[in-house]
Design a protein around this ligand. Structure first.
Ligand code: S5P
Length: 262
């Protein structure tokens, strides 16, 4: 094994040194359930969302939502989703990708019809507006013990989030480590133990969709790029037997991660 991989600290070491409440909880869930799999649950109705949460819940550490995709959204659905998450032991990550000034995102996070801060453990944000977006979200989420992920890179082909932009995103996250607990990224960038790296655009076989999504395989993401958590959507949800496939993903990704991180 290359020397750089040997120096990676394990999830349990990282859990014991981080003081971020969501990072700590996430590491504990990962270790207890032996999973670094997040489900991208991109569905259009409440019924489907609750169905997938219940069916795939045992195999995941995070369920990622796009709550504004639901055509029949009600707050009752988020209450039921929260109950399923607590029962199966996974975190809820609303993939809202906030991207505005602090004052605006504060209201978008707390209020509106979705009331994201009431039920989501994790949210994410682009850093294009600068540090004000983190401060605005922090106003709402910090006192509630929530976590923020910064989009440092994207999985789509020809993404503009590269180079100096990515470096600035990593730096901003580390400067706000009381609230930021990781990144959406294609590889590990930060050696801060509490910073998790979550990678979307995952398939067992590499490839692309027709709208620019680029897929990478588990070995590239976890072994070569040392990312912590894989975010998988269609490869599981469109499988012939999604539950069995989720279980396969869980076992494969966890075994690769433990061989890399210890
Ligand atoms: O760079 C990104 C960031 C995100 S959060 N690329 C992504 O694909 N995502 C999200 O991951 C995207 O919004 C979708 O919910 C999921 C990928 O889904 P899949 O079906 O392509 O696996």
């Amino acid at each position: 094994m290359p020397k750089s991989l040997l120096s990676c600290s394990s999830f349990s070491d990282r859990a014991s040194v981080t003081s971020h409440p969501i990072a700590k909880k996430l590491f504990e869930i990962m270790l207890q359930k032996k999973t670094n799999l997040a489900l991208a649950c991109d569905v259009l109705s409440q019924k489907e969302l609750l169905y997938w949460a219940e069916a795939i819940g045992p195999y995941i550490c995070i369920l990622k939502t796009h709550i504004d995709m639901l055509s029949d959204f009600t707050l009752e659905c988020t209450k039921q989703l929260r109950a399923i998450a607590d029962r199966h032991g996974f975190l809820l990550f609303e993939d809202r990708k906030f991207a505005d000034i602090g004052q605006t995102v504060m209201h978008q996070y707390q209020g509106g019809i979705y009331r994201i801060a009431d039920w989501a453990d994790l949210i994410n944000a682009h850093v294009v507006p600068g540090p004000g977006i983190i401060e605005g979200l922090k106003e709402v989420g910090l006192r509630q013990g929530k976590g923020l992920l910064l989009l440092a890179e994207m999985s789509s082909s020809k993404t503009l989030a590269t180079g100096a932009y990515t470096q600035q995103a990593i730096r901003l996250g580390e400067e706000h480590a009381d609230f930021v607990c990781g990144y959406i990224a294609l590889r590990k960038w930060s050696s801060h133990p509490g910073m998790l790296h979550l990678t979307p655009g995952v398939k067992l076989q590499q490839g692309q969709d027709s709208l620019g999504q680029r897929y990478r395989c588990l070995e590239e993401i976890i072994v070569q790029n040392q990312s912590d958590i894989i975010i998988v959507g269609r490869d599981i949800m469109q499988a012939k037997d999604p539950v069995a496939f989720a279980k396969l993903y869980q076992q494969r990704a966890w075994s690769i991660a433990t061989s890399v991180f210890g």
